[in-house]
Design a protein around this ligand. Sequence first.
Ligand code: S3P
Length: 181
Amino acid sequence: MESRSDEGVVARNVVLVGFMGAGKSTVGQQLAAALGWTFIDLDEAIVRESGSSVAELFRTRGEAAFRALESRLTARLSSVEHAVIAPGGGWITDPANPARLPRQTRTVWLRVSAEEAVRRIQAAGVERPLLAATADPVAAARALLEQRETLYGTADVVVDVDGREPAEIVEEIRSTIRFEE
Ligand code: S3P
């Protein structure tokens, strides 16, 4: 665990960032339950709003339309309180997105390796359009991760997740961040 900035700040919300397969939704749900906070899965909100799966959206309307929806729904979170928010792995690529969240939102990067991410994604069987059209998903994941690492690295707290259970990760986050009562 690395903790980087504003250690004394009390979190009113938490956003879990990181690559596909990092466990943002699973850890987010468990963290929210432990805190008695609301869990917000942004991909799920996009699916509800659009009536299409993420894969369908990418296919029929393209990545740019998906990103526009992602940003629009993020803007709706500008006054949430006591929420654990799990956006998709590419949410961080629009620097305006983190800025759309309330100021007392702490950011946690769930850092997963490309190899583990692909293993988990394949085991879960949910299509990730950005890794679907390639014969070598690990190489594609590595390349994408490399492009995004600096952005994920702006998080307040970094937690390595390879080979670890969600419950352990939740405990680590809870012992590092001060949460508003
Ligand atoms: C994406 C990650 C996915 C989903 C979409 C794009 C990305 O979410 O938003 O497939 O660009 O990394 P998860 O990180 O929850 O898999």
